[in-house]
Design a protein around this ligand. Sequence first.
Ligand code: 2AM
Length: 481
Amino acid sequence: MSQKADIALIGLAVMGQNLILNMDSKGYVVCAYNRTVDKVDQFLNNEAKGTKVIGAKSLEDMVNKLKAPRKVMLLVKAGSAVDDFINKLVPLLSPGDVIIDGGNSEYQDTTRRSDELKLKKILYVGCGVSGGEEGARHGPSLMPGGNPEAWPLVKDIFQSICAKSNNEPCCEWVGEGGAGHFVKMVHNGIEYGDMQLICEAYHIMKSLGLTQDQMAEQFGKWNTEELDSFLIEITRDILKYKDDKGFLLERIRDTAGQKGTGKWTAIAALEYGIPVTLIGEAVFSRCLSALQSERVLASKQLKGPEVKPKVDNLATYLNHMKHALYCAKIVSYAQGFMLLREAAKENKWNLNYGGIALMWRGGCIIRSVFLGNIKEAFQRNPTLSNLLLDDFFKKAIESGQQSWRQVVSNAFLWGIPVPAMSTALSFYDGYRTEKLPANLLQAQRDYFGAHTYELLGQEGKFVHTNWTGTGGNVSASTYLA
Ligand code: 2AM
């Protein structure tokens, strides 16, 4: 009898192919399948030549080539393609078999699929996969969630193919239903935020007249300190890159696209009522960048400050900028973890926050030394309510905040947009403010809409006032509670 495969993988685009080759290199026999079946042979005769990978000509053929309990991983376009494959697979599978979706699916879809398949006794896993092509091939960050009964069946494969950080796998069980895809979505949102912060630093540096070589040198230096991360490293390389026409970066159009996961994070933040302001600004910044022709027109008509960006001591200022980036980044991650906490509460996920930081520590786009610090913060205190309250991060902001304030206020005075750096600072100041002006807001709402308000020391009692009164009389308050 011919050899049976340990796992099947459907979807032979770049991510799928690289994950198959990764699994193969770890000793697993993988059966490859694709909607356009020709691609199976193409793959076997090219990228997978000389490996143990086997191919399938149909879903039936694929299912027959699998060891029980069968494991089928989908790496197809998120949306209806996933549902289509699930519907075709279910009649071919047996109770206890596992379907894994490794695409960028919306977490509510994953929750729905997991619930539906549970009724059919198929174990469903929605797994966030991050790290791009390179990660998929040599070690991605994997964030699996769904039916917990599936975890012991896929754990060995996942933890052997994933990235490692200090020998620890960047893959742990996240939680039920769509928890894995939710965590992946927040990861992508945080990625948007990190990228936007770096772009703002680049914008300020450029406005100060630094050359690309000087900027590259600066990012290179930061990459050896607390900002040490993949995104800082690639920024250094991008700034250095030259072709025969000169620096390539200068010739790239200043409009950014997006696939949607940052937007989903911002939408989730609004839905859960958590102020994830930095990711929101990062998404809006991409939207503003996309309005390029409008901006070009406006740039000819709308005046900003006359003053030219200038600093007395460049080295000192670049150090201020490092602190500004670092402090804003702390706020961004604190906001991301606030969103995770709220979603966990609502969805009854038992999230392991230190474990999530570890999953993001290696393999994925936001990998950084910083995530090791976050992991340690949750290790020190697993019930930590907010990252900003951890001693390590408290101290980092204490020592960096004057620099951060300096950079944000300079940017405002110079007319350089810093939406992410500045919203983080506003959040920080709001979060640490005992008494916000929302008392006035309550009064305004009551004035125009009789929405009632609560009095200090009498929480839960709602009061309405006739603020204008009639005939000059001051109205009495009415207790509605
Ligand atoms: P294809 O090669 O047949 O186009 C990334 O696009 C992967 O998702 C590819 O393997 C692609 O298959 C698959 N895919 C995209 N849309 C699909 C659909 N509606 N049904 C099945 N597979 C799909």
